[in-house]
Design a protein around this ligand. Structure first.
Ligand code: EPZ
Length: 423
């Protein structure tokens, strides 16, 4: 296993570039299963999760050729029923998004039930509800989901909202399957994340008929087949937000390149409340400028366009040094607070009360050995290490490599003192 060694205290300056979105790329790659013919995807980030999805798709009979940086050419070579190996599917929850395309295109899908993870239970009831509504027969046995359809799926009117609001990947699964169903499908309570809109635009380019893209009501008129298409993956809004927190914490003149601020309204609002001005120049470069002493804030994670749960840990790191008492409440994954214990090791004054983090600002963090527990918690610890006094070692950084492309190279590029080493 590897670790990141960070010497805190450097002032950061320079330009840091945002890569393509992990959470758009994963369902978009799964959607290539729907097409007759070749799709060329661009701006695909080079992440371990992407490499896992590529391996899964190759097992499922998709020929994937890596062309230039971020460019993948994908062509389905068989539509025989097949099963992705447990070893691969169990590594990544997002692999469940091959379920919809497979059952729609091949009439059969067998996918391992995704394991839980440290951010909490990861139920799949909404995925199954959507596919059952379209006429798929679903069985769950021996840790696998088996979905079958006798002939074409049939369009339906589906309410897909869950106890914690919409589900991003359940929306993706149902949307992808509905594109090849016979007749019209209405998905109410659909996720409105930009990643779903990006997926929808790719499906339309393949020949799908979709209305209400990016809204809670998506209407799909099924077509007999879809063709390959060229498509560009959107910028990763969570990576952009992560770099904006780095700029807020330690930046003197950091410019974030490629951020789509229209995807980050709620996050920007919270940053402004804590005392920062967010400026985007005519070249699209984003600066985060400290306008006054950083003060505490209250925020709650919500489905898009609310504050994203994937930026919660990074915000907590920022608030460990803010004057006053902040309260951050998790409405999406109530247990997503594994980073609090690790931040305490760095001297933060944080505690978890029910589904909230209560953060009392301190003057200084001090370096320590800490452990990444999941992708975003790991990123939050790297941010903390960059401002902590002394040396911080972040262990189990394979979590971070799942969702951040060359994180230490990018941060070194703006002056951070950070190196990767064997643990
Ligand atoms: C996507 O996961 C993202 N992953 C997550 O990002 C993100 O945190 C999450 O959406 C919420 O925005 C990808 O897109 C690959 P959900 P997903 O289904 O789709 C409940 C990261 O760090 N739920 O939208 O799996 C669920 O328990 C990752 O990049 C059900 O109740 O999440 C949660 O409370 C972490 N039943 C809420 O919905 C279901 O069938 C939202 O989950 C499915 C979900």
């Amino acid at each position: 296993m590897q670790k990141l060694i960070i010497e805190g205290g450097n002032k950061l300056s320079g330009t840091i570039k945002v890569s393509g979105s992990k959470n758009a790329s994963l369902p978009i790659l799964a959607a290539t299963l729907l097409a007759d013919g070749k799709s060329v995807l661009t701006n695909v980030p080079d992440l371990s999760d992407m490499r896992t999805m590529v391996k899964i798709l190759r097992e499922l009979g998709v020929d994937i050729e890596k062309r230039g940086p971020g460019e993948l050419a994908c062509k389905v070579t068989t539509i025989e029923p097949s099963c992705a190996s447990y070893e691969l599917v169990s590594q990544m929850r997002a692999s469940i998004c091959v379920l919809g395309p497979l059952v729609a295109r091949r009439g059969y899908a067998k996918v391992s039930l995704p394991g839980g993870c440290v951010i909490g239970l990861r139920p799949v009831d909404l995925h199954l509800k959507g596919l059952r509504a379209l006429g798929a027969e679903i069985e769950m046995k021996h840790g696998y989901i088996e979905a079958r359809s006798n002939g074409r799926l049939r369009g339906a009117h589906i309410y897909l909202g869950g106890v914690n609001g919409p589900s991003v990947l359940a929306t993706a699964n149902t949307l992808m399957a509905a594109c090849l169903a016979d007749g019209k499908t209405v998905i109410d309570g659909a996720a409105c994340e930009p990643e779903i809109a990006n997926l929808s635009n790719y499906l339309v380019a393949m020949g799908a008929t979709i209305e209400g893209i990016g809204t809670p009501r998506i209407q799909i008129t099924g077509v007999p087949s879809l063709k390959g298409a060229n498509h560009e993956v959107i910028a990763d809004r969570i990576e952009a937000g992560t770099f904006m927190v780095a700029a807020a914490l330690a930046g003197e003149d950091v410019k974030v390149e490629g951020a789509r601020l229209e995807h980050l309204s709620a996050f920007i609002d919270v940053l402004q409340q804590t005392g920062y001005i967010i400026d985007q120049d005519e070249d699209g470069l984003v600066r985060v400028i400290k306008d006054r002493p950083v003060t505490s804030v209250q925020a709650t994670t919500m489905p898009y366009p609310g504050f994203p749960t994937d930026l919660q840990a990074q915000l907590v790191t920022l608030l460990t040094l803010a004057d006053g008492m902040s309260v951050i409440t998790e409405r999406i994954f109530p247990d997503r607070f594994m980073h609090l214990a690790e931040l305490s090791r760095l001297g933060a004054n944080v505690q978890k009360i029910h589904s909230s983090a209560v953060i009392k600002g301190v003057k200084q963090l001090t370096g320590a050995q800490v452990m990444a527990s999941d992708l975003r918690a790991g990123a939050a610890l790297v941010l903390a290490g960059m401002v902590a006094q002394g040396t911080t070692e972040v262990h189990r950084i394979y979590h971070i490599d799942r969702g951040y492309e060359q994180i230490e190279e990018k941060l070194r590029g703006i002056g951070a003192q950070i190196t990767r080493a064997d643990a």
